[in-house]
Design a protein around this ligand. Structure first.
Ligand code: PEP
Length: 236
């Protein structure tokens, strides 16, 4: 299975920066890596991607099935811009009050419309019990068809944007727990990503853990460093 690398640009960037990023990404040659770029909604139309290894994603979606939702973005709108993936339940949205129930609604809206949710889960503090993460996983995929292969991004909140990394052994323990949970719930498999403070100096160590790819935040804006990571993973 190709490794999956997701870039979450968060509330960053500009038309100028994305023009540079897209130019370099369209020229990027990889063999066995899938890349997903998730810009802010207002820049989706800038992302005319001409690289079969690269797909478009976004950072959120509505949880409501009605048009009277000021400020929300529907699946139909995203599909018009060739969006294929949606980050759901990022901790920065959970911090704004998003609850497991809404995350589950978003996951179902994605799946009902042919969009692939990338479900973010993770413990708040390093001292928290890892099992709290399993609850987030279970709630997010509740009542979804068992033939899907969920994409789960394990992102310890304390590692996001802090420069702090979990040990490989911790990621492996979490990976095992999540994969077991997924099969216990009746799904065949999942694609498991790690996210939080990855850069070009530490990605190799983290890729030694039992994960299927990475979710990258800050480093994805530094396009040359991002490409270095992609190539480093692709070459392995
Ligand atoms: C993220 O916010 O999903 C993330 C992984 O951020 P960073 O890489 O900047 O820690």
């Amino acid at each position: 299975m190709p490794k999956l690398i997701v870039a979450n640009y968060k509330m960053n960037g500009s038309k100028k920066l994305y023009a540079t990023i897209i130019k370099k990404i369209n020229k990027l040659k990889v063999m066995d890596t899938k890349i997903v770029l998730c810009p802010p909604f207002v820049y989706l139309d800038e992302f005319r991607l001409k690289n079969r290894f690269v797909s478009l994603g976004c950072q959120d979606i509505t949880n409501e099935d009605n048009s009277k939702s000021t400020g929300q973005i529907s699946p139909k709108m995203l599909l018009e811009f060739q969006v294929e993936y949606v980050i759901v339940g990022h901790s920065e949205r959970r911090k704004l009050g998003e609850k497991d129930e809404q995350i589950n609604e978003k996951v179902k809206i994605c799946l009902n419309n042919g969009l692939q949710p990338i479900i973010c889960v993770g413990e708040e503090k390093k001292s928290d019990k890892l099992d709290s993460v399993l609850f987030q996983v279970e709630q997010a995929i509740k009542n979804t068809p068992k033939n899907i292969i969920p994409i789960i991004a394990y992102e310890p909140v304390w590692a996001i944007g802090t420069g702090k990394l979990p040990e490989v052994s911790r990621i492996n323990r979490m990976s095992k727990k999540i994969r077991t949970k997924i099969t216990d719930l009746g799904y065949q498999n999942c694609i498991l990503l790690y996210g939080g403070s990855i850069n070009s100096n530490n990605f190799k160590e983290i890729m030694l853990s039992q994960i299927d790819g990475l979710l990258l935040g800050g480093v994805s804006l530094r396009i040359d460093e991002f490409i270095k990571i992609v190539k480093g993973i692709d070459d392995d």
